[in-house]
Design a protein around this ligand. Structure first.
Ligand SMILES: Nc1ncnc2c1ncn2[C@@H]1O[C@H](COP(=O)(O)OP(=O)(O)OP(=O)(O)O)[C@@H](O)[C@H]1O
Length: 430
């Protein structure tokens, strides 16, 4: 294949694209690629890592996976997610790389095509999934892996870890993103209501059904349905859901006509569904229908490196965004145990900003509410905590506003001063 043909081919691609040789040097580039970066491309001289990362060495020397190395070994296309320096700042990009061979099967270079990832960011940005940690990057990779397929996805993870945001990101990066995205909240609905919400009803099906009404499944035709807290669906309704998933057809309540809906399903639960299956509270056949691709969302504890970034951005989303954290406040935020994950972090930040009288939010303004913690006991027993986290968890159980410090200190076998210090360290006391 000669270079002129490659240049013509690259110009035809409707995404930023380059052709690089075995030494990372760019030999062909399209206009969309040049528009993506501020650094000008010099054909035969610029390297892919120099333009996209402003590095002087390949990505794998900077802790990122180099797709070219994988392509070299496997000769198969490979996709990775990298954080690029684009003309719009640091941006997550999906890099699709493909080996190009000559007629004799010799590798002559690599084709790189880029997709911007608009739902995530490594910089403080409103309304985006934020993070830089390895756990966050693996999550982006998982989203990327499932997005282009039709597989059913089961999102599991503690409350407040971002399951709803992840479901939306999967829909937005799938081919169904032009279709509807329907959220079905499974908690707190009785069976009759749930059935009529899902499938709709015909006129006269029950008192108050004065007209025909489409259900959410019908409205989701061509798009994605997200069932939040799927574990809360009753056993009776689980049978109907299974039938729906197997046939993609249903009947409106009181109706006889079979209606077809083409939808993709994503579910989320903060409960361990397999445990519910073992206890007979969730149907095994439905579980396997829903769990085509399970994704476990990392808790905030597993991505502590992201706390400062999240904190800055969450503060920015409040009306108190003229305030800022002291370095000590930020470091305190990074050490707290978070039972409610990002949602709890959000509350702590808002409270701290309200408490701070001036512009600066100090570490003593950051106080964790211990009231919510006993609510979140799901999987707590199985999780390994550091001793320090365990200490915080234990103290938050024992200590309430009415606790006598001297009595508790005696019971714990420490001095009152030590207990004070520990309560302060874990954000349980000012
Ligand atoms: N990566 C992230 N970056 C920024 N904000 C996030 C991120 N993940 C979650 N959030 C925010 O945290 C809050 C909780 O997220 P979300 O509702 O998606 O969690 P969840 O896991 O679905 O919670 P639950 O199980 O309680 O329904 C939301 O305000 C969301 O915007």
């Amino acid at each position: 294949m000669n270079l002129t043909i490659i240049k013509t081919m690259i110009d035809e691609i409707d995404k930023p694209a380059i052709f690089i040789d075995l030494n990372y040097v760019i030999l062909a580039v399209n206009t969309l690629y040049m528009e993506t970066y501020d650094t000008p491309v010099e054909l035969g001289k610029s390297t892919c890592f120099g333009i996209s990362h402003r590095h002087h060495a390949p990505c794998d020397m900077h802790g990122e996976e180099c797709p070219m190395q994988v392509c070299k070994q496997t000769k198969l296309p490979h996709t990775v997610i990298h954080n690029h320096h684009t003309s719009q700042g640091k941006t997550y990009c999906k890099i699709n790389m493909k080996t190009i061979q000559d007629d004799d099967g010799m590798t002559i270079g690599f084709l790189e095509i880029l997709d911007r990832i608009d739902y995530a960011s490594a910089e403080p940005t409103k309304q985006k999934m934020l993070g830089r940690s390895p756990a966050f990057l693996s999550l982006l990779q998982e989203i990327n892996t499932v997005a282009e397929s039709e597989i059913s996805v089961l999102l599991q993870g503690e409350t407040g870890t971002g399951k709803e945001l992840t479901a939306r990101a999967i829909h937005d990066s799938s081919a169904r993103n032009v279709g509807p995205y329907i959220i079905i909240e499974c908690t707190g609905m009785n069976e009759n209501l749930f059935e009529s919400e899902l499938f709709g009803h015909v006129k006269g099906a029950f008192t108050g059904a004065q007209t025909d009404k489409k259900g959410l499944i019908e409205l989701a035709h061509g798009g994605t349905v997200f069932f939040d807290e799927i574990a809360d669906v009753s056993l009776g309704m689980q049978v109907k859901l299974l039938r729906l998933l197997e046939s993609k057809t249903f009947r409106r309540v009181g109706g006889i006509k079979e209606i077809y809906s083409d939808f993709r399903i994503i579910c989320a639960s903060h409960k361990n569904l397999l445990e519910l299956v073992a206890r007979g509270e969730f149907r095994k056949d439905l579980y396997y229908r829903l769990c085509g691709y399970p994704i476990l969302l990392p808790s905030l504890q597993e991505r502590r490196e992201d706390i400062s970034l999240l904190a800055e951005s969450l503060l920015d989303e409040t009306e108190l965004n003229h305030k800022q954290f002291s370095p000590k406040a930020l470091s305190k935020l990074s050490t707290l145990p978070y039972w409610g994950n990002i949602r709890e972090l959000k509350n702590i930040i808002y409270r701290a900003a309200l408490k701070a009288p001036g512009k600066l939010i100090e570490s003593h303004h950051i106080v964790q509410s211990h009231l919510g913690h006993p609510l979140e006991k799901q999987n707590e027993n199985e999780k390994i905590h550091t001793l320090e986290e365990q200490e915080g968890l234990y103290l938050s159980k024992l200590y309430t506003q009415d606790t006598s410090i001297s009595t508790l200190a005696k019971q714990l076998g420490v001095s009152e001063r030590t207990l004070y210090r520990k309560l302060q360290k874990h954000g349980l006391k000012q």
